[in-house]
Design a protein around this ligand. Structure first.
Ligand SMILES: Nc1ncnc2c1ncn2[C@@H]1O[C@H](COP(=O)(O)OP(=O)(O)OP(=O)(O)O)[C@@H](O)[C@H]1O
Length: 437
């Protein structure tokens, strides 16, 4: 029998062959032990991995629950936002309904330094009743005690700041976000503070800039599901001609092209054909666009100061708000209008000058057409005469209906301006020259 068989049959321990065999068996055993150890390690690893997998799965489930909760939270926030939005809109409508959709605010400019130096006093007395003022017709002489009282939705005396004025306008600007069209006018004689109210001065901005700044603030706080897009245009209406102040002119000295207003049956409103609109995303762009418009207006006129008093300047903001969740889109317009000076023909000294006469007639026509439209809206007439002038035609969809109108009546407190102030307020001027004036 060979050595291997001998061993299998139980060789004696002393046998060198057996010792070799035992050594082999030990190696095998060690290998086996190693294998078992490795198996144990693998099993532990598997158990560990299984535990980790279970932990991961449980974390994943937790995350899923958290995500669902967040999603639910988002939905709740969105639905609260929607509910609040509708409620605010409803309340705003009720308040506006109660107040009337046309509000008239009076702003009195301070006396100028030269007027102070003359020792002149204001011809305006503020009455203790809120929102009432008295216009003293004559400062001295037999009619010195003649006066006329007026009531407004609000009065801003000489001391009112631009911030205070804007605070009163803010709710109207806010209603633009809610989908309403809004018109804010400044009306009054030349030099009464219309441009100061609407545009202001570089270091003390007026309604136009503040309204846009406010709109950017509101739009910037929209949730990610609500998108907003803002565009701006700028036109002037001079002698019943509409000019686009943002249109490119081929040459600096070339006149701005007159534009047509057409009627859109679809939108039930007038629109300016080919009107240039600029997309705006921040105040820097607004400053740039408005500066461009002003510069075009100045270039188009050889006598800018007079021209600006004799034409209506309209800055229009077009806001589109898209609610992606509710799949709802609203488009609304805000018109900011610095009207031409309201002084009467005699005051503008134009009787012998054809150009001046034509200008004054055009201004008179458009201001009385505007007054007629507003009166007609307040009476809730069936027919509103929008088409009588370019101004009312252009503003048709933003006057009346669900639109909000805010009219500043700017007054000069100076005694020589009393008759114009009375005229601005729709009263007949004093029937005879005053001894005091
Ligand atoms: N509330 C005010 N506070 C301080 N200054 C004012 C105020 N209102 C008007 N002014 C100043 O009075 C002057 C005339 O005002 P402004 O140019 O705004 O009048 P206007 O009615 O727009 O005249 P125009 O019809 O000629 O454009 C300006 O120098 C302006 O800065």
């Amino acid at each position: 029998m060979g050595a291997a068989a001998d061993c299998q049959l139980g060789c004696r321990p002393s046998s060198p062959l057996r010792q070799v065999r035992r050594f082999d068996t030990n190696a095998e055993l060690k290998e086996k032990d190693d294998l078992i150890a490795k198996q144990d390690d693998t099993d532990r690893l598997l158990v560990d991995q299984e535990r980790q997998l279970k932990q991961a799965a449980s974390r994943f489930r937790d995350l899923e629950v958290q995500m669902r909760q967040q999603e639910q939270g988002m939905k709740e926030v969105q639905s609260k936002y929607t509910a609040e939005y509708s409620l605010r809109r409803e309340l705003h409508e009720i308040v506006q309904e109660l107040r009337g959709n046309i509000r008239v605010l009076c702003r009195v400019r301070p006396l100028k330094p030269a007027e102070y130096e003359n020792g002149d006093e204001s011809s305006i007395v503020y009455l203790p009743e809120e929102c009432k003022l008295r216009l003293t017709k004559y400062n001295e002489g037999p009619f010195a005690d003649m006066y006329q009282e007026f009531e407004f939705d609000h009065i801003f005396p000489e001391t009112s700041s631009q911030e205070e004025v804007f605070a009163a306008v803010k709710p109207a600007v806010q209603s633009l976000i809610d989908g309403f069209n809004v018109c804010i006018f400044a009306y009054g004689q030349t030099g009464s503070g219309k441009t100061f109210t609407m545009e202001g001065v570089d270091d003390n901005r007026g309604v136009n800039y503040r309204a846009l700044d406010y709109l950017f603030d509101v739009v910037g706080s929209f949730p990610p599901t609500v998108e907003a897009d803002m565009e701006i245009s700028m036109v002037e209406i001079y002698n019943e001609t509409v000019r686009d102040l943002l249109a490119e002119r081929p040459a600096a000295d070339e006149k701005l092209q007159a534009l047509d207003i057409k009627f859109s049956v679809k939108d039930n409103s007038g629109y300016v054909v080919g009107l240039e609109m600029r997309n705006i995303e921040n105040m820097e762009q607004v400053e740039g666009v408005l500066a461009e418009g002003h510069s075009n207006r100045a270039t188009a006129s050889t006598r800018m100061n007079e021209h600006s008093s004799r034409s209506h300047a309209i800055v229009s903001v077009f806001l589109t708000v898209t609610n992606k969740l509710e799949k709802r889109r609203t488009v609304s317009k805000l018109h900011l209008i610095d009207l031409a000076g309201s002084e009467r023909l005699s005051k503008s000294g134009c009787t012998s000058d054809d150009t001046r006469l034509k200008e004054s007639q055009a201004i008179n026509k458009s201001l009385s057409a505007l007054a007629e439209v507003i009166a007609s809206l307040q009476r809730r007439d069936k027919h509103i005469p929008y088409r009588n002038t370019k101004l009312t035609f252009f503003l048709q969809d933003s006057l009346g209906g669900k639109a909000k109108t805010l009219m500043f009546v700017n007054l000069s407190p100076h005694k020589t301006d009393v008759s114009e102030s009375l005229s601005s307020l729709g009263e007949s001027p004093p029937p005879f020259p005053s001894a005091g004036l």
